[in-house]
Design a protein around this ligand. Structure first.
Ligand SMILES: C[S@@+](CC[C@H](N)C(=O)[O-])C[C@H]1O[C@@H](n2cnc3c(N)ncnc32)[C@H](O)[C@@H]1O
Length: 271
């Protein structure tokens, strides 16, 4: 827990919470099943905003190379540790050092809006999971990201975003409220969330604070301010088309449900 510290860096809100992120999202896999079903035969898969590798590691497979890109060096450092542990677990499970390779994984600290200078080889499929695209708060950055992808990806591109609705864009300010309770290592941790909403700009500011769950008087463990841009379905279709993609299918949740009032996700498969 040594990497927990109060005070979020505005340029990397995940720097303070990389150690907690895995614990908080360890049960999330419905999105992964959807992506994995569409990756049959894909020899190279790109994951943008890969964080600590939750999705990239799960998409790893024999005869496939997965490349994960993230702006946050602490998140990538953890992704590399997670990848090494996963290889060790698989080898241990087989009781040998492993002749069947689990597939390669490479991690890069970089901005998903500046893919060209990375000189990456082409990909068969790409994923931008769990609201990572929402962190691109300007049209310029959104289009730079998609244009960079258009040059690199020949197969499906999945983008998973929260669906904007009145609950998300309603009251201007929701004070600090309980949002998550979990275990990080040996420590029980609770997260609260304070939200500011800017409906005209379609922006959300989230202030996440992490505390010892069993010691209400204890100091803050970490805090993180997340700035998100909400994107409506028609906007995403337009962005994709400008960049040379088209929206092949759009879903309202990770089970493939339709887009409709109140659906939780805006999940797009683009070609
Ligand atoms: C909500 S996390 C998602 C992490 C992981 N993909 C998952 O599904 O668990 C969003 C991630 O997007 C990354 N991110 C935000 N802006 C980025 C950018 N411009 N380029 C690359 N990564 C970015 C953050 O550092 C963070 O790790």
């Amino acid at each position: 827990m040594s990497s927990l510290r109060p005070g979020a860096s505005p340029s990397d809100p995940y720097a303070t919470i990389a150690a907690i992120y895995d614990a908080e999202f360890s049960d999330a896999d419905a999105d992964i099943r959807t992506f994995a079903r569409d990756m049959d035969g894909a020899a190279r898969v790109l994951v943008l905003g890969c964080g600590t590798g939750r999705v990239s590691e799960a998409l790893r497979a024999p005869r496939r190379t997965v490349v994960g890109v993230d702006l946050s060096a602490p998140m990538i450092a953890r992704a590399k540790v997670n990848a090494a542990q996963s290889v060790a677990r698989r080898a241990g499970g087989r009781g040998d050092t492993g002749t069947e390779r689990p597939g390669d994984i490479e991690y890069v600290v970089a901005d998903m809006c500046a893919l060209e200078p990375l000189g990456l080889a082409p990909f068969d499929a790409a994923v931008i999971p769990n609201a990572a695209f929402s962190f691109l708060t300007s049209r310029r950055d959104q289009l730079r990201c998609l244009a960079g992808l258009r040059d690199l990806v020949s197969g499906p591109l999945w983008i998973d975003l929260p669906m904007p609705d009145f609950a998300l864009l309603g009251a201007p300010h929701t004070p600090e409220a309980p949002a998550w309770l979990g275990t990080v290592g040996e420590l029980r941790v609770r997260r609260t969330r304070e939200v500011w909403r800017h409906p005209v700009q379609q922006r959300l500011s989230l202030l996440d604070r992490y505390y010892h769950a069993d010691d209400p008087g204890a100091a803050l463990l970490a805090a993180s301010r997340l700035e998100l841009r909400l994107i409506f379905p028609a906007e995403l279709e337009w962005l994709l088309e400008v960049a040379g993609f088209y929206a092949d299918a759009m879903y309202g949740d990770h089970a493939g449900g339709p887009l409709r009032e109140g659906c939780p996700r805006l999940l797009v498969r683009a070609l």
